[in-house]
Ligand binder design. Structure first.
Ligand code: 8X3
Length: 246
């Protein structure tokens, strides 16, 4: 008997998370759209006929309470995360590093731990974690973000080893330059000039929809195919420091 697959997408209030929720719904999933901002996830869930979940992935109790409401889960997309600040190590704010570790790494850990029993029980589970090209390479001013993203990658790679033999595939998506409404703005505390400079002269930075397409593809392939790691950059970005600007 076929049934509608159940997906949980964190960080679904904007950007890649919201686009992924839409894309997975389009592909036939029932989506639990999870984020801190209730109004946003409610509007999105209404649009895609999904379920809104107000939940902060840095809150142990909130994640556990959410997991307890679910009967089954086929797909978890760990998307909640982001960068805070771009200070050099010499002047870095310890609190920014802690916050980035909490949401990117421990947020992934909390949700993954909480939903893993259900994902295993589904008999064909998938975990897609959105890390970053900053999980591959470092750059000046990106120390705290790169440290968190490298750690998130370490978590994912460890998990894949530990789940070998279980019916859960473990996928990592590493986006490069993606122009979303909030990523750069959050990083620079709402400074629109600094945020705009990130994408200055780049003809086609990736969009949230581009990454959602990649996530949905990896999650809808036949279940024996595990895309370990997908690095996705815009054509104009050959490497972290090699960006074509016009
Ligand atoms: C986003 C990519 O270059 O801002 O995760 O670190 S970058």
């Amino acid at each position: 008997m076929s049934y509608q697959k159940i997906a949980v997408v964190s960080g679904a209030s904007s950007g890649i998370g919201a686009a992924t929720a839409r894309s997975l719904a389009q592909a036939g999933h029932h989506v639990y759209a999870l984020a801190r901002r209730t109004e946003r996830v409610e509007a999105l869930a209404k649009e895609i006929n999904g379920t809104p979940v107000t939940c902060d992935v840095t809150d142990d109790a909130a994640v556990a309470a959410f997991a307890a409401t679910l009967d089954r889960v086929d797909l978890l997309v760990n998307n909640a995360g982001g960068a805070i600040g771009a200070d050099p190590v010499a002047t870095a704010e310890v609190a920014d590093w802690q916050a980035m570790y909490d949401v990117n790494v421990l947020g992934t850990l909390r949700l993954t731990k909480a939903l893993l029993p259900a994902l295993v029980a589904s008999g064909a589970g998938t975990i897609v974690t959105v890390s970053s090209t900053a999980g591959l390479i470092v750059y000046e001013g990106g120390g705290g973000y790169a440290a968190a993203k490298h750690a998130q990658t370490a978590l994912v790679e460890t998990l894949r080893l530990e789940l070998c033999g279980e019916p859960v595939r473990v996928v990592e998506i590493d986006p490069g330059m993606v122009k979303t409404d909030e990523f750069a703005l959050n990083r620079f505390s709402g400074d629109t000039t600094r945020a705009a400079a990130v994408y200055q002269g780049v003809e086609h930075p990736l969009t949230a929809d581009d990454i959602a397409t990649c996530i949905t593809w990896t999650a809808t392939l036949p279940h024996h195919i595990n895309i370990d790691r997908m690095v996705v950059r815009p054509l104009a970005q050959a490497a972290q420091h090699k960006v074509h600007r016009v």
